[in-house]
Design a protein around this ligand. Structure first.
Ligand SMILES: Cc1cc2nc3c(=O)[nH]c(=O)nc-3n(C[C@H](O)[C@H](O)[C@H](O)COP(=O)(O)OP(=O)(O)OC[C@H]3O[C@@H](n4cnc5c(N)ncnc54)[C@H](O)[C@@H]3O)c2cc1C
Length: 293
């Protein structure tokens, strides 16, 4: 699981468009020498961005395993995946889209810009002996899917289903595994409903010995999680399904904020009742759905 207790100021070494809707930023600088990869191929970290007009975010105080900023100076923070770990560098692939602090920062990033990074951790856990792997995600999950594919061993048979904005956003996914990739283009990505839930419904999944890793916009991952658990009967250990972002987040936040204290109490109660992993996420999803979220 993710750890958040470190803070590393990372400097932009280089940035370029990998495809029309994806910018790759290479981070380096002296503080990254202390940053240690968790080794999880879907490892995510928190990125703190400078406020408009600045090139470096403020440095937090670290207490109780968390970052603390003066309220007035708290920078915008988002979750991203470490696409590649180098020697003293790491790469992050940003989907670029209208209206996001992170996306807009990435579109302009260049040497002289800096961000704050946390330590990282991920959720990908292929059970021992499982050689049939399904990787499902939209463009925000493509960095993780690309890294997972690169790290799969040759004795694994893998099928990736990836949804991207356009045919030009398709990427090569090198792998030692026997990897088949299905690309969905034109659906999802905030422009149209995601095609991922239907693609998963139509998958021929082996009865056992399978592991599904899925990450995408939250309404898509909700549908995928329900389908895998209830229609396919997959046990928790056979899946990792995570919501990565929300379409129309601003409208969602307006509905969420008033409900937040009650939902927080419900979440504490679910955790106190011993729920964890996908059980907790689904029970939490049900609470959110009841609240119209
Ligand atoms: C564990 C984890 C790992 C992630 N890894 C990556 C990664 O490696 N690369 C990556 O690009 N994203 C990744 N994401 C998703 C990323 O955190 C979100 O997309 C985030 O909201 C982007 O922030 P922003 O400031 O650009 O947009 P925000 O300020 O959060 O949102 C502004 C507006 O844009 C919309 N929006 C947000 N994201 C998108 C999108 N991708 N496409 C279209 N509209 C969008 C929102 O609904 C909102 O209306 C990851 C998320 C998680 C939880």
């Amino acid at each position: 699981m993710a750890r958040f207790d470190g803070y590393y100021q990372a400097e932009v070494v280089a940035a370029h468009r990998v495809t029309p809707n994806m910018v790759r930023v290479r981070f380096g600088g002296p503080e990254l020498a202390q940053w240690v990869s968790s080794g999880d191929p879907d490892e995510r970290l928190t990125i703190a961005f400078p406020s408009p007009g600045r090139r470096t975010p403020p440095r937090p105080r670290i207490a109780g395993g968390a970052w603390h900023f003066d309220d007035a100076a708290a920078p915008e923070q988002r979750s991203y995946t470490v696409r590649r770990v180098g020697t003293g560098t790491l790469d992050v692939d940003f989907v670029v889209h209208e209206g996001g602090v992170a996306a807009e920062w990435a579109m302009r990033a260049g040497p002289g810009d800096a961000v704050g990074l946390s330590q990282a951790g991920g959720w990908y856990r292929r059970p021992a002996g499982v050689t049939s792997v399904f990787l499902v995600g939209d463009a925000t999950a493509l960095p993780a899917i690309g890294r997972i594919a690169e790290e799969l061993p040759a004795d694994v048979r893998a099928h990736a289903i990836v949804e991207v904005a356009s045919d030009d956003d398709v990427q090569d996914l090198p792998s030692a595994a026997d990897l088949t990739t299905t690309w969905l283009t034109g659906s999802g990505m905030g422009r149209a409903p995601s095609g991922l839930p239907d693609a998963v419904r139509n998958l021929a999944l082996p009865g056992d010995g399978v592991y599904v890793w899925a990450a995408a916009e939250t309404s898509a991952t909700r549908a995928i999680r329900k389908h895998l658990r209830h229609e396919r009967g997959l046990p928790n250990a056979a899946m990792t399904v995570i919501g990565y972002w929300r379409t129309q987040k601003e409208a969602w936040l307006q509905r969420y904020e008033p409900a937040r204290p009650g939902l927080r109490r419900r979440r504490d109660a679910l955790e106190a009742a011993g729920l964890s992993g996908q059980d907790l996420i689904e029970a939490w999803d049900q609470e959110m759905e009841r609240a119209g979220l």
